[in-house]
Design a protein around this ligand. Structure first.
Ligand SMILES: Nc1ncnc2c1ncn2[C@@H]1O[C@H](COP(=O)(O)OP(=O)(O)O)[C@@H](O)[C@H]1O
Ligand SMILES: [Mg+2]
Length: 369
């Protein structure tokens, strides 16, 4: 964390300040009218998200600016940030946004299926890292794969779409404030990567309680409103760290955007492989190519001899990949330095590219091209 020992502003005072600004639609204060979502009050900083229909975006831009200005004036606030998310599937007038207790029909499952896919602006290639099950090492793989692409000379971005458990800030050791330029969010930079995480905007606990539509619009914003590249200087590859399973975030990403392919992460256990199969079935349904599998925690190297000790069984992922007709991109052992690198914000592949595990990630990146 790069935060100073700044005091934390008073939450009630923050809410009162926001309620002193009127929502033109309801005539109520911003907080009372339900416009203040995912409010974060931390040392020296306040931030929240405000979801409005696209048609209302211009009308609410000044409300956002007014809220930022008012919050910035509070004692203890060094940085105030209001992120306005414009929902492209605008509900009918009168229910133009998510209010407390109001269900907006923004569910991608009931939205029209055959929409044309949007290309991620100024990004040449998008690769999602998915798994059926949590805790299999998806974020570890996404981070180290992104570092491997960067080490091979690709301009690389890493997007943390795990709204329910963002881990990119910790794994990359970054938690600076985001800056905005020309109505776009400028991604953070660390370890040669451009980074964006929902964790830069909100904290984990708050993100848990988001409703589907908010999550979807947060994902869209992190793709559309972030300056990943420019027409003159596009990003070569964007790696997306996904949450486990097949929920709103997956549907939003794969149904709205052109994703070139997915890398499926699994451990060798049967239970993880069953979930991996489920993830592959989802990708097929959403017409996203599976580029390959990464078998994580594949074995434990014997400390004395280096021989493989197959703690979780052996050969399962290989057999599964063969059945699915996809390559195994890497077999990553259980590795203390890999875990420590994640915990300390020093990705192994960037900090120690010479290690055998880093070499395996570099090999996977080369195979992906
Ligand atoms: N190959 C590995 N060796 C040792 N620890 C690992 C390995 N892969 C992941 N971990 C650790 O396991 C935990 C879960 O990994 P993470 O990448 O956060 O999984 P996910 O994103 O799938 O939930 C983390 O503490 C991580 O450091
Ligand atoms: Mg993760």
């Amino acid at each position: 964390m790069t935060q100073s020992a700044a005091p934390t502003p008073d939450r009630d005072r923050v809410i009162a300040t926001l309620d002193a600004i009127r929502d033109p639609a309801t005539g109520l204060g911003l907080h009372a009218s339900g416009l203040v979502q995912a409010l974060v009050v931390g040392p020296g900083r306040v931030g929240f998200m405000m979801e409005v229909a696209s048609a209302d975006a211009a009308r609410y831009a000044y409300i956002r600016d007014a809220a930022e200005k008012a919050l910035a004036g509070l004692p203890g606030v060094e940085k105030a940030q209001v992120v306005m998310t414009a929902s492209s599937r605008a509900p009918a007038p009168g229910t133009t946004r998510v209010r407390k207790g109001v269900q907006v029909n923004d569910d991608p499952r009931t939205a029209p299926q055959a929409k044309p896919l949007t290309a991620v602006p100024n990004v040449k290639r998008v690769i999602a890292v998915v798994s059926g099950k949590g805790g299999v090492g998806k974020s570890t793989v996404a981070v180290n794969l992104a570092c491997a692409f960067a080490a091979l000379g690709h301009k690389t971005g890493l997007l943390d779409c795990d709204v329910y458990g963002p881990s990119i800030p910790r794994m990359l050791g970054t938690d600076q404030e985001l800056e905005r330029a020309d109505e776009q969010i400028v991604p953070l930079q660390a370890w040669g990567l451009k980074l964006m995480s929902i964790g830069f905007i909100v904290d984990e606990g708050r993100a848990m309680i988001w409703r589907g539509p908010m999550v979807s619009s947060a994902v869209r914003q992190m793709i559309n409103d972030v300056r990943w590249g420019t027409p003159d200087d596009p990003l070569d590859v964007l790696i997306i760290d996904m949450p486990p399973g097949t929920g709103d975030i997956q549907l939003t990403l794969f149904q709205d955007f052109k994703v070139d392919g997915a890398v499926v992460v699994s451990t060798p256990q049967e239970i993880a492989l069953i979930d991996a199969r489920r993830a592959v079935a989802m990708l097929e349904k959403l017409r996203t190519p599976v580029l390959g599998m990464v078998e994580n925690m594949a074995f434990f190297p014997d400390p004395a001899t280096g021989a493989r000790i197959p703690i979780f069984g052996e050969g399962g992922a290989k057999a599964e990949a063969a059945k699915l007709g996809v390559p195994v991109l890497a077999e990553i052992p259980i590795d203390m330095a890999l875990r420590a690198g994640g915990d300390e914000g020093r990705p192994l592949t960037a900090a120690h590219p010479e290690s055998p595990v880093s070499q395996a990630f570099l090999q996977a990146a080369r195979a992906l091209g």
